[in-house]
Design a protein around this ligand. Structure first.
Ligand SMILES: *[C@@H]1O[C@H](CO)[C@@H](O)[C@H](O)[C@H]1NC(C)=O
Ligand SMILES: *[C@@H]1O[C@H](CO)[C@@H](O)[C@H](O)[C@H]1NC(C)=O
Ligand SMILES: *[C@@H]1O[C@H](CO)[C@@H](O)[C@H](O)[C@H]1NC(C)=O
Ligand SMILES: *[C@@H]1O[C@H](CO)[C@@H](O)[C@H](O)[C@H]1NC(C)=O
Length: 345
């Protein structure tokens, strides 16, 4: 590594010597020299040594022109690039550059938590409209669920269908309110100055609110199919998916442990790959919340060991290398921006 840096330094020095002699010759303007320095520096950046062929150069020129056009559009007070993502999102979606990027094939999505990976609109319009969907209210917090249990007792849990009937005249507002439970963009903290702690609280509440839905097998399956579908529509070929492998229950109350959950997903991904040849697969990453005790950590590591074994068997049985390697990872990452980016708001 040091050797590389020394070589790079020597190259810069040699080149600098050349630039200086040109200055002394007085033939190069300041602007030309500046451009030469910037060019040389770009050569050391990511992609600096990538050379485009004729067609790629044409595509590059077209895309750059589109980008320039968008940045210069007069009817905008600010370019989208300088706005908060939530404000810019609708502008981005209407942008011609975005349309091109959307249709381009993408290698992979590498940081994705399953419980934040499907558009909130779909969760509301599809899952909450199913007859089993309920909402549990504990103090001022709300949780989507299908079953009642210790943390969501019967007397604090209502069928969403019933609640929706009570809001017949303002159903859109009701659905909007439901969506705000799992979408940061729609939280009241959005429009006032909020502290990092308040935002973090809201952020984690989105994950807590949807957890119950993902414990119901039919919802779990539909949700993950939708996940693959949404990313495939965006031309993504490969996904690394972080998840906790929580238990799942079917309509009869039968319980599915982490191994069976992994198998459920294996089947879903397999089916999807058969229908969509361009989709390569999913890597599942075991993820636990970083605030855990030593005992919980030990349990998570044991779970990781057994999942890894299962993944190995799944790989040799079906001959699909790279399908299911499982990693344990601390989560959620404090890089909030990255996490906002991955939820389809
Ligand atoms: C629900 O029932 C429990 C006891 O079973 C009680 O403590 C609680 O106050 C009740 N909650 C409501 C909202 O009625
Ligand atoms: C925040 O303000 C914008 C524009 O003023 C509005 O469209 C949006 O609904 C507001 N969001 C919330 C969560 O209050
Ligand atoms: C919900 O999604 C499933 C696919 O998972 C689809 O078959 C069904 O038609 C959708 N229902 C509604 C009401 O959108
Ligand atoms: C971490 O977990 C402990 C025990 O479950 C809990 O009391 C504490 O509030 C948690 N801290 C954070 C920052 O979530």
């Amino acid at each position: 590594m040091y050797a590389d840096q020394i070589v790079a330094l020597l190259l810069v020095l040699c080149w600098w010597h050349k630039v200086q002699s040109m200055t002394l010759g007085g033939r190069k303007s300041y602007e030309e020299l500046r451009a030469a320095i910037v060019d040389a520096e770009n050569g050391y950046g990511l992609g600096g040594k990538v050379f485009l062929n004729f067609d790629e150069l044409r595509a590059d020129r077209a895309l750059r022109a589109m980008k320039k056009d968008e940045l210069e559009t007069p009817d905008r007070t600010l370019p989208a690039a300088g706005m908060h993502f939530f404000d810019a999102k609708s502008l981005i979606e209407r942008s011609a550059v975005f349309e091109v990027l959307q249709s381009m094939p993408k290698g992979a999505v590498l940081h994705l938590h399953n419980s934040a990976a499907v558009s909130s609109k779909w969760v509301i319009k599809n899952l909450t409209y199913r007859h089993e969907a309920r909402l549990c209210n504990i103090e001022d917090r709300y949780y989507f669920t299908v079953r009642t249990h210790k943390n969501c007792p019967e007397n604090q849990t209502r069928l969403i269908q019933t609640m929706r009937k009570e809001h017949q005249h303002d159903m859109d507002a009701f659905d909007g309110w439901l969506e705000s439970l799992i979408n940061m963009k729609m939280k009241p903290t959005r429009n006032r100055s909020a502290s990092t702690d308040e935002l973090w609280f809201d952020f984690e509440s989105c994950f807590d609110a949807i957890k119950g839905f993902l414990q119901h097998k039919p919802f779990f399956e539909a949700y993950h199919r939708q996940l693959l579908d949404e990313f495939h529509t965006d031309n993504v070929c490969y996904i690394e998916l972080r998840m906790s492998f929580s238990k799942v229950f079917d309509a009869d109350g039968k319980e599915y442990g982490p191994m069976e959950v992994a198998q459920l997903l294996h089947r879903i991904v397999d089916d999807f790959r058969q229908q969509h040849e361009s989709f390569l697969g999913v890597k599942l990453i075991l993820t636990k919340h970083k605030n855990m005790s030593d005992v919980e950590l030990e349990k998570a590591l044991k779970l990781y060991e057994s999942l890894r074994c299962l993944a190995w068997c799944a790989t040799c049985e079906t001959i699909q290398p790279a399908f299911m390697s499982l990693k344990i990872y601390p989560s959620p990452s404090l890089a909030m921006i990255q996490d906002f980016g991955t939820r389809k708001v």
